[in-house]
Design a protein around this ligand. Structure first.
Ligand SMILES: *Cc1c(COP(=O)(O)O)cnc(C)c1O
Length: 426
């Protein structure tokens, strides 16, 4: 989806759209999201009950969640508002996974009341959950393999040993035993140790690791596991030279591991769950912005009307996001620019030393792969306001699925009637 040719809109369409919906805005492609979701489900249709619980944090918009729900996705939540969103779009508890850490009591209570699948991040969460909500019939734990998963040839982003999440292997044996004693009857196992992973073998290795662990836990504790949740983390090709994960091939390789380690050991049926966010919406969303200033100092700068508050990844992680100058897809990329926003932070740059066609003021720039962790990571620092979100429907119509924030929204939580303003209130 990095290629300039892959856009689902043209310069003319954006020009027209911008009269009604001023830039900057995020725009998503319903068709792309649906087709991709269907591909993922088809790749795992050999296992009964496969489900992707969409990681809500990637794109917490009810329209997007709703169409993913229509494609069979549940929701993976880690906060009270995310649980409420899932409830509001009509997901039943069984289709909500609550994978949270450092969890406040009220959130456990809400998840418990919704009947969501609770996935505990630590062994000390057992008494905490019991005290604040109750003991659910179905319980899951998040595994952190720590040093056991430091294989040399696998590019795991973030070393599990340094990660705050999950239980150790030894703790898991104790944790399930405790839950069994306390009355839980159904069990699941979860991990989430990779992020933006494009290497299919790393994803397969996670499945292998969990299948073996389920085999050990089942034998030792005499419990049956109902599901394994392989986590999210399937990567997307942000850079033009990168390749998307072959979902069909991933499905096939996990299938043979499943046959060997689950079916042949008599541990079936075991449902496979995932909780991908990025791969579900990332490639199908763009941040569209307009060039409004140019500046020639020690470098060449193009100032656009979006800023880091609309897409934080380049500034926060130095992440690459491909940029297309609309209408100039075929022109030579013979100009070197820093594409910047207006935030008073020098890391507010969508691209550094990027070769692009000559940009004129008023040109529209489409920043690719902004459909996950894009609008979602927005913030109000520096008085910046979040943009609108648009959805291109299957029939080609454009629908606004979230309006842009206004200064009034920014002022909503402020108090101009309190003690500090007594002298101004006559
Ligand atoms: C962020 C997150 C996900 C989704 O990760 P992606 O990289 O977007 O697929 C899934 N599960 C948990 C627990 C997460 O924190």
């Amino acid at each position: 989806m990095n290629d300039d040719k892959d856009l689902f809109f043209s310069r003319n369409e954006i020009q027209k759209m911008s009269k009604k919906f001023p830039t900057p805005f995020h725009i998503y492609d319903e068709k792309g999201i649906r087709q991709n979701a269907r591909r993922l489900f088809r790749a795992f249709d050999w296992v009964k009950g496969f489900k992707n619980y969409f990681a809500v944090k990637a794109c917490p918009n009810p329209y997007i969640m709703k169409l993913l729900k229509e494609e069979g996705c549940g929701a993976d939540c880690s906060s009270l508002p995310e649980l409420m969103l899932s409830e509001r779009i009509g997901l039943p508890g069984s289709e909500i996974m609550f994978t949270s850490n450092d969890t406040p009591a009220a959130e456990f209570k809400k998840a418990f009341d919704l009947g969501a699948i609770i996935n505990l991040d630590d062994i000390t969460m057992i008494p905490f959950l019991e005290e604040n909500a109750g003991i659910p019939e179905l319980i899951s734990f998040r595994y952190n393999p720590g040093p056991l998963r430091r294989t040399a040839d696998v590019n795991v982003i973030g070393n599990p040993e340094e990660s705050k999440y999950g239980l150790t292997r030894e703790q898991l044996f104790q944790a399930y035993k405790t839950m069994k004693t306390k009355g839980s009857k159904r069990f699941g196992l979860h991990t989430m140790i990779v992020s933006n992973e494009l290497n299919r073998n790393a994803l397969l290795e996670t499945a292998n690791m969990l299948f073996d662990l389920i085999s050990d836990l089942s034998a030792k504790l005499k419990i049956h596991f109902e599901f394994v949740n392989l986590g999210g983390g399937i990567g997307i090709p942000y850079r033009p030279e990168q390749k998307a994960v072959d979902l069909e091939a991933l499905g096939r390789s996990i299938r043979s591991a499943y046959t060997e380690k689950i079916e042949n050991r008599g541990l079936a049926p075991l449902k496979i769950f995932m909780e991908n966010g990025r791969v579900m919406t990332g490639p199908f969303g763009y941040l569209v912005t307009k060039a409004i200033h140019e500046k020639h100092i020690y470098k060449e700068y193009i100032g656009v009307d979006a800023c880091m508050a609309n897409l934080m990844r380049p500034g926060m992680y130095k992440a690459y996001h491909h940029i297309t100058v609309l209408g100039k897809e075929k022109e030579k990329k013979d100009h070197k620019y820093d594409i910047v926003g207006s935030l008073c932070e020098n890391n507010d740059k969508f691209a550094i030393d990027r070769m692009l066609p000559k940009i004129e003021m008023g040109d529209f720039l489409a920043i690719h792969n902004a459909g996950a962790h894009g609008h979602a990571m927005g913030f109000n620092y520096n008085g910046k306001l979040r943009s609108a979100e648009l959805l291109k429907r299957g029939d080609g119509t454009i629908e606004m699925i979230r309006r842009a924030e206004t200064p009034q929204d920014y002022f909503t939580t402020l108090d101009f009637k309190g003690s500090a303003f007594k002298d101004m209130s006559s």
